[in-house]
Design a protein around this ligand. Structure first.
Ligand SMILES: [Zn+2]
Ligand SMILES: [Zn+2]
Length: 349
């Protein structure tokens, strides 16, 4: 049998005291006189438990008050009921009724504190406001300017990638975007972010990426570099016709390293590495494709009406080609007519 070292009462003890003496001689929670709650006056986020987060004011005050509460070792907070009262827009009195558990004991204690709202600038906003950037992605076309649609699409992809990264890490952001002749520049807060995006854009659009860095400063004895990623899009797009070995070829698909072409004379596929097509010249775009009325069709040949001169033209059919319907799609290149395949509709996407 155990007994209380203070009053001698026999029975269950807590740290050598009976229930009454234990509860009478201990306080289990302590609230500081005040708690400072930092809010970024720029983005309005609060710093709670070391992390910047978006939160309603009252919720943030409650969290700050709760975080300021000290709890005696061995006791657990089961529930906290709070009442927040505004003293003035910068100070809030918080009354807390704290439900506690200690072994098999349940008790409740009252605490009060004042949460003081403090304005500051979070590190992220101070970087943005200081036009901070570590890296630039330069998006350019190879020979020609990017079309507006192309630019819009790439910009959107870039922005959504940044947003994705931002959901995980709020230090990821675009500092500024700049239109330049032939494309645009995106200034980003992180080198690794820019690198990831540059290579993803390259993969998706068959672009080439060139990386260069410049030493900007020294920080605590370490060299600080700024890295530029030049993303150069190929001069051609899917659905366009380029010249290869002197003959027009349709661009069927583009991947990170390869481009699939289709010879417009034979309709045979040709796989090319993007590097080898670097200087490929676009000779026709989607809007250059014309319709030609089919006059007659034999096993090997097709008679069509020339869409410009209306003369009858005989075309040798590529292997397996068969006219579907009353007209076929053709392209005029250097006075000659070429049949376009059905399978891959040229579309500028
Ligand atoms: Zn006792
Ligand atoms: Zn901020």
């Amino acid at each position: 049998m155990t007994f209380c070292v203070r009053c001698g009462k026999e029975g269950r003890t807590y740290e050598s005291l009976c229930v009454d003496c234990f509860l009478a001689n201990n306080r289990f929670t302590k609230a500081p006189d005040h708690v400072d709650l930092f809010q970024c006056y720029h983005c309005k986020e609060f710093q709670l438990r070391g992390k910047w987060q978006r939160q309603g004011l009252e919720e943030a005050i409650r969290e700050a008050a709760r975080d300021g509460l000290e709890v005696r070792k061995g006791a657990d907070v089961a529930k906290v009921r709070m009442e927040v009262q505004e003293a003035d827009p910068r100070n809030y009195h918080v009354e807390m009724r704290v439900g506690l558990e200690h072994e098999d004991l349940r008790m409740e204690e009252e605490n009060r504190t004042t949460v003081r709202l403090k304005n500051t600038v979070c590190p992220r906003c101070s970087k943005i406001m200081g036009s901070y950037y570590e890296s630039i992605i330069q998006v350019r076309g190879r020979e020609r300017k990017l079309t507006e649609a192309q630019q819009e699409r790439i910009l959107q992809a870039l922005q959504s990638k940044v947003e994705e990264a931002q959901a995980e890490n709020r230090e990821m952001f675009i500092t500024k975007l700049e239109q330049v002749p032939g494309g645009f520049d995106a200034f980003l807060s992180s080198i690794s972010l820019a690198k990831g995006i540059a290579h993803e854009l390259a993969d998706r659009h068959g672009a080439e990426v060139k990386e260069s860095s410049t030493l900007v400063t020294q920080k605590e004895g370490r060299d600080v570099y700024r890295v530029t990623f030049l993303v150069r899009l190929p001069s051609y797009m899917r659905g366009e016709v380029v010249l290869h070995k002197g003959r027009p070829h349709l661009v069927v698909s583009i991947t990170a390293s390869k481009t699939k072409l289709q010879d417009l004379r034979t309709h045979e596929p040709v796989m090319m590495s993007n590097v080898d097509l670097r200087d490929a010249r676009v000779v026709a775009k989607r809007q250059d494709v014309l319709e030609a009325v089919v006059l007659s069709e034999s096993k090997r040949e097709l008679q069509v009406m020339h869409p410009r001169t209306f003369a009858t033209v005989e075309l040798k059919k590529p292997q397996g080609f068969e006219a579907q319907g009353e007209s076929v799609r053709v392209l005029i290149y250097e006075e000659e007519l070429y049949l376009l395949p059905y399978a891959s509709k040229p579309s500028i996407s």
